[in-house]
Design a protein around this ligand. Structure first.
Ligand code: ATP
Ligand code: MG
Length: 180
């Protein structure tokens, strides 16, 4: 992950990670702590994707392009003002597409081991995720690379603990050199 300093403007953060890692839970807490608006990435899917997902058909990369572009447009609009948006962004090409729309985005990768996430998914009301789907999420995941702006934060503990850890990591990322 890159440690390139960012301008002093509030960050535009994309909360990424596999299904069940806590994007929807932690994202709003991080946004609140930073005094920024939160947008739920799932809400940016075009109707065709919603129909596919409702029918249990997995999205392919072409399906994801308009979705990523819509999230990217939101992130672009928030540039200079700051904001937090969720998007699993598992693949580098997805993140490249988001960055193409909004070059300044900073990724917050919520990381956790499979057992922990599987347990949380099992407890989630109203959602059912087959084990195979979680396997495929981990198989697809391409973690942040050195040249990508972002931080990785472990999701052990309570949502409040994770959010505090995330805010601290984002602040440290923003100011890699101590201020005098
Ligand atoms: N720190 C935590 N401790 C306990 N439960 C948690 C924690 N974080 C999230 N959860 C629970 O785990 C489940 C998955 O979290 P959440 O829905 O936020 O994940 P997600 O990354 O948004 O998943 P998806 O990709 O499917 O949208 C939820 O039921 C949530 O309440
Ligand atoms: Mg979610």
């Amino acid at each position: 992950m890159s440690s390139t300093p960012h301008p002093a403007a509030p960050p535009v953060v994309v909360v990424m990670g596999v299904a069940g890692t806590g994007k929807t839970t932690i994202g709003p807490l991080v946004a609140d702590a930073l005094g920024l608006p939160y947008a739920e990435g799932d809400d940016f899917h075009p109707a065709a994707n919603v129909a596919k997902m409702s029918a249990g058909v997995p999205l392919d990369d072409a399906d994801r392009e308009p979705w990523l572009d819509a999230i990217g447009a939101w992130a672009h609009d928030r540039a200079g003002h700051g904001g937090v948006v969720s998007s699993s962004a598992l693949k580098r090409i997805y993140r490249d597409r988001l960055r193409a729309a909004a070059p300044g985005v900073v990724f917050l990768h919520l990381t956790g081991d499979r057992e922990l996430i599987e347990g949380r998914m099992a407890a989630r009301k109203g959602h059912f995720m087959p084990t195979a789907l979680l396997d495929s999420q981990f198989a697809t995941l391409q973690p942040l690379e050195e040249d990508e702006a972002g931080v990785a934060v472990d999701v052990t503990g309570t949502p409040e603990e994770i959010a505090a850890r995330a805010v601290a990591a984002l602040r440290a990322f923003d100011r890699p050199v101590p201020l005098f």
